[in-house]
Design a protein around this ligand. Structure first.
Ligand code: NDP
Ligand code: 8X3
Length: 252
């Protein structure tokens, strides 16, 4: 029987790259995200190219009701998940604390922290029943450091760092592996989302240096997942060579 990976935020960027890589490695996939058209297109493409089975599950991770309806509603065979990639996440705005938008704060906290918790609660129960599993939490360099105007996004990713440690403790008796991957700058739709569709501003983030691409992170995740059973990588910080820390980028 093929192994199964559930990827949140598979419609774009790192999640989409993971879908390609895990399909190439013959995993069956549960692909999730809000943009159903993209999920369907990706599923068709991967099925044709790699002949793997794919379940598309369209939901907003911010709603526990949507998460539960969609995940609980999957046929039993899909609940034998081997790998959960908690990737869905976003940043909204880049404002000092006194000027921040309450909507932006809610969106980041509800997506990056609560959404990750909702999915993890359901899938960790499946993994406990199955007696195995590996949860990969996508944090960020923003979960290790705080940068000016990053306040709430950084706080949400520090929470992911803490939850990663907490999950590992709680799931230890069940033999479930838990890993966080903390990337620096990866060129995806991330900055376009942060700057609410301002493509010019988003482009500037990656100018004058070579950022990571989504495949770099997918390959790192594959390395972590493909270690022997007795080896767990607790966390990894993965940066572009030109980026020394959250705020120091060498631009030409
Ligand atoms: P993208 O914007 O390209 O992808 C984000 C993904 O998250 C999309 O598939 C989106 O799907 C999904 N998503 C966002 N909100 C929700 C929601 N409410 N419900 C369900 N899915 C949602 O960005 P990245 O690939 O770069 O980001 C992936 C992860 O990596 C995020 O957690 C991000 O914080 C983290 N990260 C990114 C870095 C970067 O520089 N790019 C660096 C460090 C960490 P849809 O809109 O279809 O719902
Ligand atoms: C995304 C990278 O530096 O914008 O998590 O926080 S950063």
């Amino acid at each position: 029987m093929a192994k199964i990976a559930l990827i949140t935020g598979a419609t774009s960027g790192i999640g989409e790259a993971c879908a390609h890589l895990f399909a190439r490695e013959k995993y069956d996939l549960i692909l999730t995200g809000r943009r159903g058209d993209r999920l369907e297109k990706l599923a068709k493409k991967l099925n044709a190219k790699y002949n793997v089975e794919i379940a598309v599950s369209q939901f907003d991770v911010r709603s526990m009701a949507e998460v539960a309806d969609n995940l609980d509603g999957l046929p039993a065979k899909w609940k034998k998940v081997n790998v959960l990639i908690n990737n869905a996440g976003l940043s909204q705005g880049l404002d000092p604390i006194d000027k921040g938008s309450l909507d932006d704060w809610d969106t980041m906290i509800d997506t990056n922290i609560k959404g990750l918790l909702y999915v993890s609660k359901i899938v960790s129960n499946w993994m406990i029943k199955n007696g195995q599993g590996h949860i990969i939490n996508i944090g960020s360099i923003a979960g290790k450091e705080v940068y000016p105007n990053g306040n709430v996004y950084c706080a949400s990713k520090h929470a992911v760092d803490a939850l990663n440690k907490g999950m590992r403790l709680d799931l230890l008796p069940h033999g479930i592996k838990v890993t966080a991957i903390h990337p620096g700058a990866v060129e995806t739709e991330f900055s376009e989302v942060r700057f609410k569709g301002d493509k010019e501003r988003a482009k500037k983030v990656y100018e004058g240096f070579e950022p990571l691409v989504a495949d770099d992170i997918a390959e790192t995740i594959w390395f972590v997942v493909s270690r022997p059973k007795h080896v767990n990588i607790n966390d990894m910080v993965v940066m572009p060579t030109a980026q020394a820390n959250a705020v120091t980028i060498f631009r030409s």
